[in-house]
Write a protein that binds this ligand. Structure first.
Ligand code: UFG
Length: 321
């Protein structure tokens, strides 16, 4: 099977490319390298290009017969999306539509979309299941929810089959140590904590200690990148087996506070780095935990690295490589 991975040079996309190659797929990566790295693409064929370049898409789909498309090429910073909504709607919505239109024109039917827990906004119940109301509170989440709705319409009108995977907090690194997280700037908690542990940063700042949680810091559901990729693989197979369009929430169902992540990092690294208590970051819900039972039941998805210590261990191995 030939899979096109858009954004395959980024954090999650690069892990996906490795898994697809291992499973015997032919892989083509399309990436504009705005955030990804060429050396993170450890298999398949690499094409440098952007979804905004319609001729690139036409050439790509004209020259290949793709059995599936996975789309990881989004901007991901919630705060930036509030400051620069045009950048987010252009890249995450309009350019995604270019990709979908190319798929429709070339009769490519199976699409796996990287969606996000940010489509739910401030949760009204925890854990968050797929049917939880969608009330995104920033342009990042709104754009992802727009694409999910677009996908429903494209299925009805054009028969495009799509699975939207709503990630909670993607974390960790390739257990073999070949790949990991390399965002610039880095905004995610676990790599920032580990950069403080390794001495690359003077300290880590805790954004808010007065939340309505047991220790006052925000609770998140951290999910290992390899487990996320496994869910993509199962979702693609579901479409190949004739399954219909749907969406799954992907998390472990266990919430860990910022303080618990810091404690886990101290235990794993054996280092006592400096922690500063700061203000709340605007737009952060107190608690986000996934109900992933649908993915487990319908896809047979079983996370292998559900333990926070293991997630931090793999990320640490990458940090000190
Ligand atoms: N945090 C800190 N200090 C830091 C960085 C983060 O205390 O230096 C806290 C945040 O306030 C939050 C938690 O650590 O409470 C996790 O923050 P991340 O930035 O790692 O992740 P988010 O939960 O903000 O974001 C993730 C994804 C987004 C997605 C969002 C869904 O990265 O793409 O979940 O709500 F939109």
């Amino acid at each position: 099977m030939h899979v096109l991975v858009v954004g395959g040079a980024g954090y999650i996309g690069s892990h996906m490319v490795k898994l697809l190659c291992r499973r015997g797929c032919e892989v083509t990566v399309l990436d504009n390298l705005s955030a990804g790295r060429r050396d993170a693409v450890v298999g398949g064929r690499f094409v440098l290009g952007d979804l905004g370049e319609l001729d690139v898409l036409d050439d790509l789909f004209g020259a290949n017969r793709f059995d599936g498309v996975m789309h990881f090429a989004s901007h991901i910073q919630v705060g930036e999306s509030v400051q620069e909504p045009a950048k987010y709607y252009r890249n995450n919505v309009f350019k995604t539509q270019h990709l979908l239109d190319a798929m429709v024109s070339h009769r490519t039917r199976c699409f796996i979309f990287s969606s996000t827990a940010a489509i739910f906004g401030e949760p009204i119940r925890i854990p968050i299941d797929e049917d939880h109301p969608k009330n995104p509170i920033n342009p990042y989440g709104r754009g992802k929810w727009m694409v999910e709705q677009m996908l429903q319409d494209y299925d009805i009108a054009y028969g495009l089959k799509a699975v939207s995977l709503r990630y909670f907090n993607a974390a960790g690194a390739d257990p073999e140590g070949e790949l990991g997280e390399c965002h610039d700037p880095e905004t995610h908690l676990i790599p920032l904590v580990l950069q403080a542990a390794s001495g690359r940063r003077p300290h880590v700042t805790v954004f808010g200690t007065d939340y309505d949680t047991p220790d006052g810091t925000c609770i998140r559901d951290y999910i290992h990148v390899t487990d996320l990729c496994e869910a993509h693989w199962l979702a693609l197979q579901r479409l190949w087996d004739g399954g219909g369009s749907t969406a799954y929430n992907l998390g472990n169902g266990n919430g860990f506070s910022v303080q618990e992540v810091i404690d886990a990092a101290r235990a794993v690294t054996g280092r006592n780095f400096s922690v500063v208590h700061g203000e709340r970051r605007p737009g952060d819900p107190a608690r986000l935990v996934a109900d992933s039972r649908r993915a487990r039941t319908e896809l047979g998805w079983e996370p292998r690295y559900a333990d926070l210590t293991m997630i931090v261990e793999h990320a640490w191995r990458w940090e000190v490589r």
